[in-house]
Design a protein around this ligand. Structure first.
Ligand code: 3PG
Length: 307
């Protein structure tokens, strides 16, 4: 079988070497398409691939149609909103992710963002400390949970809201459970987003929630830019001169936000939450192992589509 890694934003060399070793060690062939600059290059590269490993690369219906031999796609990472699951399922192609494998890298970036914004983006002037502030975590999954644990080390109080996690599980970890999202936003100096981008969550973070934050509040987005209602964010930042926003990765209206709000906003140009050698190795090797097990035993653990 031919296993292709197609990564517009490449893995570290150590991760690619590790993936190659696993794939070739299991008797499969291995190819890479890195730093590609047009969707056509991806269409061409997938033509004879039996398995595909991607990061945030868009696996569209055109990619699926071009990949005549494709049997499995693994998104080396958590969020799989970049995969056209309908197109994959229609061809009975298995789609998987590698949950938890890059979570620590993203969690550390959320902490970095909190300090960066509390210290005025490292520009001169008086900042503030994280100690004794309240952090509200929206979605207590793999990343949210690690953010909570790291933030406790800074002496922060933790609140969380996650309708899919039993309250007792959060309370056991010293987390105050918010009654609802309004309660979370109204009582948190920082809110850190860890929700996936789905039809339900896209554009769901807007004026009504962000405007509830206490004075000096900061919204941290290491999840997906699509979950933000950008015009409403603009409106709330205009009305509330104390609020701040930091994101991995930049919203469409970042130029206007920067011009209007200066140091109250910051965004990365390219998503960098999972950009550590450790996360690349964890997620990349997990993806390779999942593919090898799928071909050897038909193992579909971590499958995210149904057909
Ligand atoms: C994820 O969903 O796993 C993260 O957003 C990482 O995405 P990346 O692999 O494109 O850096």
């Amino acid at each position: 079988m031919k296993v292709l890694i197609a990564t517009e934003k490449p893995f570290s060399k150590v991760a690619v070497d590790g993936i190659r070793k696993i794939v070739e060690g299991a008797g499969h062939s291995f190819a890479t398409l890195e730093k590609y600059t047009s969707p056509e290059q991806l269409l061409e590269a997938v033509a004879d691939a039996d398995a595909l490993i991607v990061r945030s690369d868009k696996v569209t219906k055109d990619v699926v149609a071009a990949a005549k031999n494709l049997k499995i796609v693994v998104r080396a990472g958590a969020g799989y909103d970049n995969l056209d699951l309908d197109a994959l399922s229609a061809r009975k192609i298995v789609a998987m992710n590698t949950p938890g494998q890059n979570s620590n890298a993203v969690a550390e970036l959320a902490l970095c963002f909190m300090i960066f914004m509390s210290r005025n983006q490292l520009t001169p002037g008086t900042g503030s400390e994280l100690k004794s502030k309240t952090l509200g975590i929206q979605a207590y999954g793999n990343v949210g949970r690690l953010v909570a644990s790291h933030a406790k080390g800074f002496g922060m109080n933790i609140m969380a809201f996650d309708p899919f996690v039993p309250a007792e599980a959060m309370e056991k970890e010293g987390v105050r459970v918010a009654k609802d999202l309004e309660d979370l936003y109204a009582n948190s100096n920082f809110v850190s987003l860890h929700i996936p981008a789905t039809e339900q969550t896209k554009g769901s973070i807007g004026y009504n929630l962000v405007s509830k934050m206490p004075k000096g509040g900061c919204l941290i987005n290491t999840a997906r830019k699509e979950v933000i209602n950008e015009p409403e964010l603009m409106k709330v930042l205009e009305e509330r001169e104390d609020l701040k926003y930091i994101a991995d990765v930049a919203p469409a209206n970042i130029a206007e936000l920067k011009e209007k709000f200066g140091n109250r906003v910051f965004a990365t140009a390219k998503k960098m939450g999972a950009e550590t050698a450790e996360a690349n190795v964890n997620a990349g090797l997990a993806a390779a192992n999942q593919i090898v097990k799928f071909f050897a035993e038909g193992c579909t653990k971590f499958q995210v589509n149904k057909f």
